[in-house]
Design a protein around this ligand. Sequence first.
Ligand code: TRP
Length: 335
Amino acid sequence: MKARVLSGIQPTGSPHIGNYLGALKNWAKIQYDYESIYCIVDLHAITQYQAPAELRSRIVELAGMLLAIGIDPKHSTLVVQSSIPEHAELAWMLTCVTPVGWLERMTQYKAKIEALASAASETSIGDGMLQYPVLMAADILLYQAGIVPVGDDQRQHLELARDIAQRFNSLYGQELFVMPETHLPTVGARIMGLDDPKIKMSKSTAGSGHAVSLLDPPATIRKKIMRATTDSNPAVDFATMGSGVKNLLAIHQAFTGWDDAAMKTHFEGMRYGDLKKTVAESVVAAIEPIQQRYAEITADPGYIARVLQEGAERVTPLARDTVEKVKRCMGLYSR
Ligand code: TRP
């Protein structure tokens, strides 16, 4: 039997080249080696307010995009988290065995509340912000996934999922949960913001020059890359280049698959204007077929809904089975 993989992505903002190169491209690649479940985590998205109509359309857009980048519904299961009630159900049971101190120590939580507390428009921080990693643990443990490909920023949450599973198992005296692996396969390139190469490219960071969306038309892609932050050198110098130039080269390398030697030969000494033109063309060339598939997928109005329906049907028995076991274990009541 193939090992089970589970990963999740939030339906907020438009998926961008950082998501693609950092995670999604790898999802498509490993789907043939594992039994993969890819989850659109809308319940995670609402830990911060989302305009309902926009959230709804982002879910469908993201599903279409995952299909367009090569997630094959014959090999992988694509599912929307909120369509399977057992995610939230298991999350509650896990919440009750999770010490609040573990959650208050999470670095992503601390960073988020700090950022929100200093933003004048935010007056409250929802409890969901604190519970966020418990819901993520539920996603993983619900399907007894052994492998969870995530970026470095989610490693602490993955460790927490293991701690929660262990605590549950020891409290209730059963080896109920499969321990997810922490030794992760390398997931891909870490792409930084074009406007600020010190921070990871993010869907929630505002600013039109920050990220290249997978749905940006070629002219927009070119414009954004031509405006990317570089450094005070006039041309590429591998010995002294700053993080902006490094990031542009990383984007090119990830899209083309060139090795380090080829990169150095081609780009050493190249002026930044030419560097940006070259990178922009490699991005446009790589994204165009994705956009074409996206257009085909969305041209059939019922297709995405059918894929998501089939996905939900496929994983429902797994989810029910785990929740039933957990309920029995905890002494809860089943009809
Ligand atoms: N928290 C993850 C992120 O922001 C998304 C996520 C939710 C996830 N549930 C998951 C990732 C389960 C892996 C497994 O990237």
